[in-house]
Design a protein around this ligand. Structure first.
Ligand SMILES: [Zn+2]
Length: 292
C-alpha cells in the first residue's frame, strides 16, 4: 500500500504536469470514499491548480479561488489519500480507462486527472484554504524533517511498542508497515521493544535509519508490492532493496540468520532475530506477540 515514498513519487509526477491547469468539469463514478461528493463536483470546476504537495500520506492540490466557481473568494484544497490501492494520474481522454476509475477531473487542455481505486479504502475531501494549517497540524511530524530533539521527545518514555508508534500517524506522518520494518532492521531494533526502553543512541540510530530508508525509497520511486505505480504508470524499484519486509526465511543481509515474521502491533513484522534482539520480558514469557 502506498506509504510516504510512494505518495511522494506520485506527487513529484503530478507536480510536473498539473500546476497552472484549470479543472473544467468533474465526473464521478462510485463516491463512497468521497466526503461530500456533490459539493466536490460543484465547487472544483473553474479553479486552477496552483501547487501539488504531500502532507503525510495525503496528496494536496492547492486550488485558487476560481472565477467560475460558486464561491470565488475562497481558495480550497483537494486532499486525496490513496488508501490501499489508490492511484492518481493524468491521462489523455483517448487513453483507455482503467477498471475501477471513479473520478475524472477534466482539465482545460482536454487531459483528465483520473482517480482509480480497486478497493476504495482511499479518501477524497476538500479543506478550505484557511483550514489547511490545522489539518497539517493534526497529522503528526514529517519524518524527513523532524529534529533529533523532537524525535526523542515523541518516543522517549512511551510505554508502547516502537513498531506501533512508528505506524501511528499522529506521531509521524506517512510511515507504514514496509518502511517501519526496513528502518527498524537498519537501526538493529526489534519491533516489539518498548519505546521507553530504547537508549538515546538507539533512538538516534532509528531517526537516521528512517531518513535514509525514506530517502532511498523516494530515489527509487517507491516500492511496488501489489499494485503501486507512479503517476506515469511505471512501477517503483525500492522493493528490490528491501532488507526485512517480505523476506521471511531468507538470510539477513548483515549476519546471515533467517529473517523471521511475527505479529507486532497487529501487523506482520519482519526482523532479524540475531541483529534485532527481542525485549527480555517478552522472550522469557514466550508471548506470541514477540516470538523470536
Ligand atoms: Zn541479522
Amino acid at each position: 500500500m502506498p506509504e510516504l515514498p510512494e505518495v511522494e513519487t506520485i506527487v513529484r509526477g503530478l507536480r510536473t504536469v498539473l500546476p497552472g491547469h484549470t479543472i473544467v468539469s468533474v465526473r464521478l463514478g462510485k463516491t463512497d470514499f468521497i466526503e461530500e461528493p456533490l459539493a466536490l463536483a460543484e465547487l472544483l470546476p473553474g479553479r486552477r491548480i496552483e501547487t501539488v504537495e504531500r502532507l503525510g500520506k495525503f496528496i494536496r492540490l492547492q486550488l485558487n479561488a476560481g472565477s467560475a466557481a460558486k464561491s470565488p473568494d475562497r481558495p480550497i484544497n483537494l486532499l486525496v489519500h490513496l488508501g490501499m490501492t489508490g492511484w492518481l494520474g493524468v491521462r489523455r481522454p483517448e487513453d483507455p480507462v482503467a477498471p475501477h476509475t471513479h473520478v475524472f477531473f477534466e482539465l482545460e487542455d482536454g487531459r483528465e486527472l483520473r482517480y482509480t481505486d480497486i478497493r476504495r479504502f482511499g479518501q477524497m475531501r476538500m479543506v478550505a484554504g484557511d483550514q489547511i494549517d490545522a489539518f497539517r497540524d493534526s497529522l503528526g511530524q514529517e519524518p524527513l524533517e523532524i529534529s533529533a530533539g523532537e524525535f526523542h521527545k515523541r518516543l522517549a518514555g512511551r510505554r508502547a511498542r516502537i513498531k506501533a508508534l512508528l505506524l501511528d500517524q499522529r506521531v509521524f506522518r506517512g510511515i507504514g508497515n514496509i518502511y517501519a520494518d526496513e528502518s527498524l532492521w537498519q537501526a538493529r531494533i526489534h519491533p516489539a521493544r518498548l519505546a521507553a526502553r530504547l537508549h538515546s543512541t538507539e533512538l538516534g540510530r532509528l531517526r537516521q535509519a528512517i531518513r535514509r530508508v525514506l530517502q532511498h525509497a523516494i530515489a527509487d520511486r517507491g516500492s511496488s508490492i501489489a499494485t503501486f505505480v507512479d503517476a506515469e504508470g511505471q512501477p517503483g524499484e525500492y522493493q528490490q532493496r528491501h532488507r526485512a519486509y517480505g523476506r521471511e526465511g531468507k538470510p539477513c543481509f548483515r549476519c546471515g540468520a533467517k529473517i523471521r515474521r511475527a505479529i507486532v502491533a497487529g501487523r506482520s513484522s519482519y526482523f532479524c532475530p540475531h541483529c534485532q534482539t527481542a525485549p527480555r520480558r517478552a522472550r522469557a514469557s514466550g508471548k506470541a506477540e514477540a516470538r523470536v
